[in-house]
Design a protein around this ligand. Sequence first.
Ligand code: F6P
Length: 327
Amino acid sequence: MTKKVSRIGVLTSGGDAPGMNAAIRAVVRTSLYYGLEVYGIMRGYQGIIDEDIFKMEGRSVANIIQRGGTILKTARCKEFYEAEGRRKAYENLKKRGIDGLVIIGGDGSFRGAVKFSQEYDIPCIGIAGTIDKDIHGSDYTIGFDTAVNTAIQAIDKIRDTMDAHDRIFIIEVMGRDAGYIALHSGIATGAENILIPERKTNIKDIIHSLQEKERRKKLVNLIVVAEGDEFGGAVEVEKILKEHLPKAEIRVAILGHIQRGGSPTGIDRLIASRMGYHAVECLMEGKHNVFVGILNNRMHYIPLEKAVKNKGSISEEWMKIVKILAS
Ligand code: F6P
């Protein structure tokens, strides 16, 4: 294969996600295998602007596959969204002869890459890394499976105490714009109600069913809420419920950043390794401005623009499953 690149830069950007280290490892080891030089860029796009860039070797990524976080650190870089920031970044990459970029991150990071690639001739390959799974065009994103499993473990524990006290629990999971963590962890823990940003919630129905349970003296109920739901998260939902169920014992638990950390699951390590390998292959084949996604267990190369333009949707069927299984 004729190599279209010789020096690859790799960075992690946006919210970190368990499995990013496994992806970095795969990018570095695959690059070295093919005789390419590979450079680690610290703190996402900020590291390109600040010239915080270092050469990586095989040993730079030893013993990291099992670690959460990212050895390259991460940031949300405002400067890169301005033309001047991108110009600086381009000059710094050119100066070092870096002729291909691998960006491990979510839709915000891909948005930056789209702009950069429209202006400059350095190919960018994205790797879908976000616990939110809100990148259109991939069944998986790195970190999602770990985050869901972390949420499940926490919710299972809360369920024990909820049940012992006959309480209503409202558990908030992450997901500013996406309800996948709420949906998956909620179904897997048998939640009665799941509130997500993608779909309208009939709060009257929920109140009615809770009042009915109260009447039957069986008021125990698990509600999983994505932080970005239409009411504004668990605390707001609690306020609404309290108005209509003044005697009920309602408790709120916000799981927060615990969902972003920890050792990645087998699935996250595996998809990160596959995506990292394929990202390097993409650059070598001369592909540019696509991200590596997985659809039906096969690798797909999807234009970065598509990932940022399309919003994911959650089908009615999922909500039907929630309702039927909770009845
Ligand atoms: O994008 C991942 C995510 O964890 C979202 O689910 C959450 O809303 C956001 O990041 C939190 O960001 P920060 O760590 O900057 O508070």
